[in-house]
Design a protein around this ligand. Structure first.
Ligand SMILES: Cc1ncc(C[n+]2csc(CCOP(=O)(O)OP(=O)(O)O)c2C)c(N)n1
Ligand SMILES: CC(=O)[C@@H](O)[C@H](O)COP(=O)(O)O
Ligand SMILES: [Mg+2]
Length: 582
């Protein structure tokens, strides 16, 4: 396309020929485009409205994909996607088969890292700079990182290495809008705030990098001048850009909670009367906080999204936002437990993975009473492969002394959360999905830890329904009855360690199937099969769970259905298993 061909560009190389007036027009049109498209599809509207001028300037100064543009967390890369020819895909944003909400190498050669976990870009940049130096390549490395992501520990591990190599040039664009979801917290945030007004001494130069700024992240001329100056320095440089999250859209700029950080699709219809798992947790932890002065809560920059807003409002002195620092959260909680408190760490399942060593060695080895509450556990949906919480239920059971619970409904979440915070000799974990809860599902009886949901004396099949999949399992039991297959349905409630009474029950059946919203390796069904085989039982046990691969974005329901974790899928799979046994 020619230099007059704006609409929203397509080949970023053209941007170098645009006049200042054309660039200003483009920025305005991109803003209008984002507001119109993302308001309908849902997605990260606030962060991208704040990155419009920044991203245009980057594509004018650098030659992507020859030069590498890295977006930390990647939720602010919509403008990059528009400029690199994907404007037509925005109607499919975050939808099954549609465009990802994060950079995606399968979508474009301009996209390099797809991981939506924060604080990784500087480490990638360090590695790329070393690779290009060894290859004597002239490719430049540019990393865009937010002030929130900069509170993550990996950034400082990377800066320690980057600062030690002045001969390896790199441009670090610090996109400082003063917010994560809420205002960014901690000493780093205070340091950045100080730099806005008096830049005489800063941490970056102390570490061996050059520091340029602060610069208005919405002033194209100032931005480009600073970026070109950074290139000329031929060393690692931090360009400190001041931006406004949600810029240009009043609803976002006035959103005190999180500047419309992530919004749902316009046509989202919340089922009436069934609360979200997060809201049930939010109420119960606040109630527990009123009864237990030793209970404190920790969050990694996600107080409201992780359900701690009520607790924080009632007990501000017992609520700790540690920044995007899940590893620190886990070990700081261990310190609190040693100090006589019972910490509750509220965190998304997918982000827990980076704190596994802390849970294993800093918490469990010391048998400390720390409770981890994992929201977004299981298939999340539109945020795609680096957000599905499909690893925790397979990773955590290997931790000695750790107890892992998966509630099926609001009543069990309240009950299991209370059981968890009552444990004082080791870590406990409660997990639930990004979804609305079902109505409460009463038990027929409780034996050991498990709840019998449906008992059929003639049954040869035992369905072990894990957590919220109880509803689908009970529906499948009804369907299987139509095929003359009698089924007993049981809810283990605690899925690690293995409950001996559950094993004893399982040994009485011909086929035992655990239905689980997690990756297959390490899931409960496999652990039951292993234990039954070790006991010499002839029972066939299996896991119905997710395949051990990265699952693309779609809705939670679409993904569960695609992998046979809805009533129809469970029914079909049980019938096939029975056929194979006959
Ligand atoms: C390890 C990790 N923890 C938590 C999150 C959830 N999260 C997504 S974006 C975000 C805030 C990022 O703030 P910042 O880096 O300043 O970017 P901004 O949205 O302000 O542009 C958080 C906490 C994440 N993506 N990764
Ligand atoms: C980018 C990021 O990690 C989060 O903002 C993510 O989009 C989680 O969104 P939900 O809180 O809507 O699950
Ligand atoms: Mg920010």
């Amino acid at each position: 396309m020619t230099a007059t061909s704006h609409p929203l560009v397509g080949d970023p190389a053209e941007l170098a020929d645009y006049s200042p007036a054309r660039i200003a027009q483009l920025a305005g049109d991109i803003r209008d485009f984002l507001i119109s498209k993302v308001s309908r599809t849902g997605g990260h509207l606030g962060p991208n409205l704040g990155a419009v001028e920044l991203t245009i300037a980057l594509h004018r100064v650098f030659r992507s994909p020859h030069d590498v543009l890295l977006f930390d967390t990647g939720h602010q890369a919509y403008v990059h996607k528009i400029l690199t020819g994907r404007q037509a895909e925005f109607d499919t944003l975050r939808q099954s088969g549609g465009m990802s909400g994060y950079p995606s190498r399968s979508e474009s050669e301009h996209d390099v890292i797809e991981n939506s976990h924060a604080s990784t870009a500087l480490s990638y940049a360090d590695g790329l700079a070393k690779a290009f130096a060894l290859q004597e390549s002239d490719r430049r490395v540019v990393a865009v990182i937010g002030d929130g992501a900069l509170t993550g520990g990996m950034c400082w591990e990377a800066l320690n290495n980057i600062g030690a190599a002045p001969q390896r040039p790199m441009v670090i664009v610090l996109n400082d809008n003063g917010r994560s979801y809420a205002p960014t917290v901690g000493g780093i945030a205070s340091h950045l705030a100080m730099l806005r007004y008096e830049g005489d001494r800063n941490i970056f130069e102390e570490l061996g990098l050059a520091y340029l700024g602060p610069v208005d992240g919405h002033d194209m001329l100032a931005l480009e001048t600073m970026l070109r100056k950074a290139v000329r320095l031929e060393r690692p440089v931090v360009v400190h850009c001041l931006t406004r999250k949600g810029k240009g859209y009043q609803a976002a700029e006035q959103d005190e909670a999180d500047r419309l950080h992530a919004i749902g699709p316009a046509d989202t219809v919340q089922p009436v009367g069934t609360p979200t798992w997060t809201s049930v947790f939010a109420e119960e932890i606040a109630a527990i906080g009123a009864e237990r002065p030793d209970v404190v809560c920790l969050t990694a920059a996600m107080t409201e999204p992780a359900g701690l807003a009520q607790f924080a409002q009632r007990f501000p002195e017992r609520t700790f936002d540690v920044g995007i620092a899940e590893q620190h959260a886990a070990t700081s909680a261990a310190g609190m437990a040693i100090g006589g408190l019972h910490p509750v760490v509220a965190i998304y399942s997918t982000f827990l993975s980076r704190a596994m060593d802390q849970i294993l060695m800093d918490v469990a080895l010391h048998r400390l009473p720390v409770t981890f509450v994992l929201d977004r556990a299981g298939v999340t949906g539109p945020d795609g492969p680096s957000h599905h919480g499909m690893w925790d239920a397979s990773l955590l059971p290997v931790v000695p002394g750790l107890r892992l619970a998966s509630p099926r409904d609001p009543a069990r979440l309240r009950e299991l959360l209370r059981e968890a915070v009552a444990v004082n000799d080791g870590p406990t974990v409660v997990r639930y999905p990004k979804a609305n809860t079902s109505e409460d599902i009463p038990a027929v009886r409780r034996t050991g830890h498990y709840d019998m949901l449906r008992e059929n004396p003639a049954a040869q099949v035992l369905l072990v329904s894990v957590g919220p999949l109880a509803e689908a399992c009970l529906q499948a039991a009804d369907e299987l009855a139509k095929h003359d297959v009698a089924v007993t349905v049981v809810d283990p409630r605690w899925i690690a360690p293995l409950d001996p009474s559950l094993l004893k029950l399982a040994g009485r059946y011909r086929l035992v199937v655990a239905v689980e919203d997690t990756t297959t390796p390490g899931a409960l069904g496999g652990r039951i099969a292993q234990a039954l085989a070790a006991s010499g039982s002839g029972t066939c046990a299996a896991t119905f769970a997710l395949p051990p691969r990265f699952l693309p974005h779609a809705s939670r329901a679409q993904i569960l259905r695609a992998h046979g974790l809805d009533a129809a899928g469970i029914t079909t799979t049980v019938l096939k298993r029975l056929e194979a046994l006959s």
